[in-house]
Design a protein around this ligand. Structure first.
Ligand code: NAP
Length: 259
């Protein structure tokens, strides 16, 4: 299926690695021009070069921290009028809520709620004026099924989800959709780092920790970033204009509910 986004411009945040990179690659394979963002220049340049080489699309790489006002200004200067916006940033650290003071909460809310809202605020009216826009927020399965040690993520991402639920119903009449993609366990650097820490704490090998997590999933495996990227590209397609305000959970069936 041709997703009808050839020549559209996609701004993909936090995209030198992992899920953001996979979304960027899937969009580029459909012919979208890209602006990529990450804080580390080396991995970002490597990703940009690899995507250019494979797909031939124009890729602009911006070294910036999207969670800061200065970083977002640099990104929007490079890409003022995206047709497609994928919001993403690193997730908050695990822990016990008794240890989290106001500063810790404000940082999580800034990174995982306010930052995507600011990026939407800066780009959505242009999309409305041009009568095409696709916004996808990378959130987490924790929005649907909270993870006890990830209280900062459960809280901040649920705030974003609630906000988007309202706005998505206002923009869709202009062919601008806003949806959230909720990853369960996907095999990325972040997942491997979490497994490494778990293994250290529980006197296990990293491989044993990974195997245990794979076995606990109904699919008996982790998701692949490519699966995630292709789902994102579909939500950004011309054909997906009637899908808005949705939360697409990709977790191999781990969430046990019927709905
Ligand atoms: P990852 O493999 O660690 O990749 C993170 C990417 O984001 C890197 O390119 C990183 O580059 C960039 N990044 C991080 N913070 C940034 C910032 N402030 N500004 C710009 N770029 C930034 O992580 P991932 O697994 O793809 O996870 C992506 C998101 O999905 C995270 O919020 C994570 O919590 C969430 N998630 C992931 C899973 C999973 O299983 N993988 C499950 C649930 C939720 P730099 O470090 O160079 O900036």
């Amino acid at each position: 299926m041709d997703l009808g986004i050839k020549g559209r411009h996609a701004l993909v945040c936090a995209s030198s690695k992992g899920l953001g990179r996979a979304c960027a690659l899937s969009l580029a394979r459909e012919g979208a021009e890209l602006t990529l963002v990450a804080r580390g220049a080396q991995a970002l340049e490597e990703t940009a070069a690899a995507i250019r080489a494979e797909t031939g699309v124009t890729v602009t790489a911006v070294v910036a921290d999207v969670t800061t006002a200065e970083g977002r200004a640099a990104v929007l200067a490079a890409c003022p009028q995206p047709d497609i916006l994928v919001t993403n940033a690193g997730g908050p650290k695990p822990g016990d809520f008794r240890d989290w003071d106001r500063d810790v909460w404000m940082a999580a809310l800034n990174d995982n709620m306010f930052t995507p809202i600011e990026l939407i605020r800066s780009t959505v009216d242009g999309m409305i004026a041009r009568r095409f826009g696709r916004i996808v927020n990378i959130t987490s399965g924790a929005v649907k099924a909270p993870i006890d040690i990830l209280g900062l993520s459960n809280g901040a991402r649920s705030g974003l989800t609630g906000f988007v639920a309202g706005l998505a119903r206002k923009t869709v009449a202009h062919n601008v959709t806003i949806n959230n993609l909720l990853p369960g366990p996907f095999e990325t650097d972040r997942l491997r780092e979490t497994a490494r820490q778990w293994a250290l704490k529980n006197q296990q090998t990293e491989e044993a920790a990974l195997a245990q997590r794979r076995a606990a999933n109904p699919a008996q495996r982790f998701g692949t970033p490519a699966e995630f990227g292709d789902a994102c590209a579909y939500l950004c397609s011309a054909q997906a204009g009637f899908i808005t305000g949705q939360n697409l959970l990709m977790d191999g069936g781990a969430y046990p509910g019927t709905f």
